[in-house]
Ligand binder design. Structure first.
Ligand SMILES: C[S@@+](CC[C@H](N)C(=O)[O-])C[C@H]1O[C@@H](n2cnc3c(N)ncnc32)[C@H](O)[C@@H]1O
Length: 448
């Protein structure tokens, strides 16, 4: 089948599967904070030795990037930093007292928003208080997201001294026309400067975030962006498909659908970018990700140790992920919990002495099994059932088998090379909760 026909058939609304069940399918009715705490404690008793992953959401940005799908708060008032840090530390101490000790931290990621909105001094205060007297383990994977426009040498040095060895820079596109459309500006020279500074300090892995399908993007501009990126040789690249969800993110209504490359045009941008990255020595990993063969993400992929969580792909895997801050999601393996989504609600709960958990899901045995298979597909491009592939899954996969996107060998479902671009569709075939209750309104962005 021609690519155009495949796109017509499979470019439907599809989850990104950073969790199973996906957030819109959580059974919030049957979830209570007390159950979250109890499941977390049970998991902690079993897994405390391996340590936990910690995600800290720092939502503030000085200006609105109109494409952005993340939970953000736009302000130029830096007076918000300390009260927010105070709430984060109170939340952390609530978890410490629940667990009865300061857990060992195996992975920590500062995400946003724009973590580099915060001054280096304030970030240092936050992190030193999180680590307590223990300091961060030297083997912990510590990373942060920085905006090239406001990441300073002080940020880099302060975080490096605290154990941070990985940096992720949000670039999205270097084309000035696209940058104007998305209201986000940074030059290749700025990015080169930060990259070189970080490398000279000793940062071991530098990631760039890029997006294809942005408003105003075209083949010429994207080719130029990817050439510039390749010349700077980041260790990892996330090359995301633009998720257009204007019914959720009002910022995306700053441009119209006519401005966005879609269907064949969008897919051609992806294929061009992918081909250039592969020709430059990058390996494609899971969905949307590329890495040099020297990078830990690639090594984890080759060793079948790649993991995917709410932050995306990671080379670390802990049973427990605690998310601190507004809208953060925590996961203890058998339950998910998400914090309140506005800064005001979040701070109010915390300052009243409660966790800010607002919704969640308790996974049953069926969920756990499907979750494992979807993770396998997302991370290893195949999964093997204990007995036969369930009949309903076979039936849902049939069109993809006929179109040579997927193959079934005995108990194994395997993604074929052509199917790698349609990974989300294959996962959907296993997503029982989605099939049981088809959405009445559009919940997810398009698969491509
Ligand atoms: C919260 S942003 C971090 C940005 C970083 N803190 C900065 O300011 O440079 C995380 C990443 O998610 C991706 N992202 C955000 N909105 C997106 C959308 N609508 N579609 C696809 N990817 C998106 C972007 O690549 C972005 O760099």
């Amino acid at each position: 089948m021609e690519t155009t026909d495949l796109l017509r058939k499979y470019n439907i609304a599809a989850p990104r599967y950073t969790s199973y069940p996906t957030v819109p399918y959580w059974d919030n009715q049957n979830f209570e904070e007390a159950q979250w705490k109890s499941r977390l404690l049970t998991a902690y008793e079993e897994y405390k030795e391996e340590g936990i992953s910690l995600y800290i959401h720092l939502p503030f940005c000085e200006s609105l990037c109109t494409y952005c799908g993340c939970n953000t708060r736009i302000t130029k008032n830096h007076g918000v930093e300390l009260p927010y840090i105070d709430a984060l530390l109170k939340e952390w101490e609530m978890y410490v007292s629940l667990l009865g000790e300061r857990p060992k931290i195996k992975e920590i990621h500062l995400g946003g928003g724009t973590p580099t909105f915060f001054s280096a001094t304030n970030l240092q205060q936050l992190l030193e208080n999180i680590a307590g007297a223990k300091q961060f383990d030297t083997t912990a994977a510590c990373s942060f997201e920085g905006h090239p426009d406001n990441t300073t040498p002080e940020h880099l040095q302060t975080l490096y001294n605290l154990g941070f060895k990985r940096l992720s820079l949000g670039i999205q596109d270097f084309d000035p026309k696209v940058q104007f459309m998305i209201n986000r500006y940074q030059t290749p020279a700025q990015v080169q400067n930060i990259t070189e500074l970080a490398r000279n300090m000793g940062y071991q892995s530098i990631n760039y975030d890029l997006i294809y399908g942005l408003p105003g993007q075209n083949m010429q501009g994207l080719t130029q962006t990817i050439s510039e990126v390749i010349s700077l040789k980041p260790d990892r690249i996330a090359f995301y498909s633009y998720a257009h969800v204007p019914w959720i993110k009002a910022g995306q209504r700053h441009f119209t659908e006519a401005d966005i490359p879609q269907g064949d045009e969008k897919f051609a941008l992806y294929q061009k970018g992918r081909a250039m990255l592969i020709a430059a020595g990058y390996e494609e990993i899971g969905m949307d990700h590329f890495a040099l063969t020297t990078d830990n993400l690639y090594i984890a992929y080759k060793q079948n140790k790649l993991h995917r969580n709410f932050m995306g792909y990671t080379d670390q895997h802990t049973q427990i992920l605690l998310g601190l801050g507004v809208s953060s999601i925590s996961d203890c393996g058998t339950a998910f919990a998400q914090n309140a989504k506005t800064v005001e609600e979040y701070k109010q709960h915390i300052n009243e002495g409660f966790l800010a958990v607002q919704k969640g899901h308790l996974l049953d045995a069926e969920d756990l099994s499907i979750r494992r298979h979807i993770l396998n597909l997302m991370c290893q491009n195949s999964t093997c059932f204990d007995t036969a592939v369930p009949a309903e899954v076979m039936q849902r996969l049939q069109p993809m088998i006929e179109d040579r996107l997927v193959a079934i060998r005995n108990r194994e479902v395997k993604i074929l090379p052509l199917g790698r671009s349609f990974l989300r569709n294959t996962c959907m075939a296993l997503d029982d909760r989605l099939w049981q209750k088809q959405p009445q309104t559009q919940l997810f962005s398009a698969a491509i």
